[in-house]
Design a protein around this ligand. Structure first.
Ligand SMILES: [Zn+2]
Ligand SMILES: [Zn+2]
Length: 339
């Protein structure tokens, strides 16, 4: 079978490798679509401590079950699915606190998903696999994982309909936030970015947009929210300066979520009085819990959440290197690999 092998920064090659051997407690799945994630792009650019080359990257996917071992449900053969790349154990100290996304002993699918076939162990299937209808949009379904991460963000913010939200950064994750906040009934969804093309997409999703190079953001927020200010700010840019900037835009009681990962050892400089006197809260969210994943797949299957404007490119596995290069140069917002 074909697989895209990551061999170190800047090097990814299509190779013919042996298909995984399905065990009796596993499903064999043919990958149909697989999303190119920020983490994959970062790994391609500079390497990543979690991904030791050579290996197969990719973790966002949709597929079809083509075979099932004797200890799993054979009636699912031919069904279309998506599956969480990892699931929590539901038993460790983190899981007992309800922090499933931070589980100490996660279990997962057999390999990265930039390949034709993967296997899904029973435990992972039971906790993280979602079977969908035949007419499901499989390209959008492949992005259940990033949508799940945004649902975790929304959950950690304790988002309430009717509130005002600012999203800093209109990359694919910022834009998925915009789509979800709009559909979940935010009063105002504001998005800032330097990239005009991305702002245009945010606008199409129903957000008000501004480029900090051209607009005084603080005044703009005031205007847009009729002087009421922001209830939530999502920092969807991996830059410490953006977190500091968020404190500038916060109002009394605003909750700021550091959604984008920052380089190791980053520091921010803020006046703690903003946290004390203005009761501004700084939180973080990372990954997703199995339940976020199920909700995400449902929302995509029912088309309550749609990603048609965010997925800018479908690229065949043979041209995956091009997908990485386009993503690096910000020529694409979200690329989905097809097989
Ligand atoms: Zn991802
Ligand atoms: Zn656990």
């Amino acid at each position: 079978m074909k697989a895209a092998i990551y061999k170190g920064p800047g090097v990814i090659e299509i190779e013919d490798i042996e298909a995984p051997k399905m065990k009796k407690d596993e499903y064999l799945v043919k990958v149909v679509y697989s999303g190119l994630c920020g983490t994959d792009v970062k790994t391609y650019k500079q390497g990543h401590r979690y991904f030791e080359p050579p290996c197969i990257l990719g973790h966002e996917f949709s597929g079809v079950i083509v075979d099932a071992g004797e200890d799993v449900d054979k009636s699912l053969i031919q069904k279309k699915i998506t599956c969480a790349p990892y699931v929590s154990c539901n038993n460790c100290s983190e899981c007992r606190k309800g922090l499933y996304e931070l589980c100490n002993c996660k279990d997962g699918i057999s390999s990265g998903t930039f390949t034709e076939y993967i296997t899904i162990p029973k435990n992972v299937a039971e906790k993280g696999m979602v079977v969908v209808n035949n007419d499901c949009n499989m390209s959008e379904l492949s992005l259940s994982e990033p949508v799940a991460c945004v649902l975790n963000s929304v959950r950690k913010l304790d988002f309430k309909p009717g509130s005002n939200v600012l999203i800093m950064g209109a990359g694919s994750m910022g834009l998925i936030h915009a789509e979800i906040f709009t559909k979940f009934g935010a009063n105002k969804v504001l998005v800032t970015d330097f990239n005009e093309q991305r702002l245009k997409v945010a606008q199409q999703l129903g957000a008000a947009v501004a480029n900090p190079k051209k607009t005084a953001i603080k005044e703009w927020i005031k205007e847009q929210t009729s002087g009421e200010g922001l209830d939530y700010i999502v920092v969807a840019i991996g830059a410490p300066a953006a977190v500091e900037e968020a404190f500038n835009y916060a109002d009394n009681g605003t909750i700021i979520n550091i959604f984008g990962g920052l380089a190791n050892g980053s520091r921010i400089n803020i006046d703690p009085n903003i946290i004390h006197y203005n009761e501004v809260k700084l939180i973080g969210s990372f990954g997703f819990a199995p339940n976020d994943f199920k909700m995400a797949a449902r929302l995509l299957q029912s088309q309550r959440i749609t990603l048609g404007k965010i997925i800018t490119d479908h690229i065949e596995i043979d041209s995956i290197k091009k997908a990485f290069e386009l993503s690096l140069q910000q020529e694409t917002i979200k690329a989905v690999i097809s097989f």
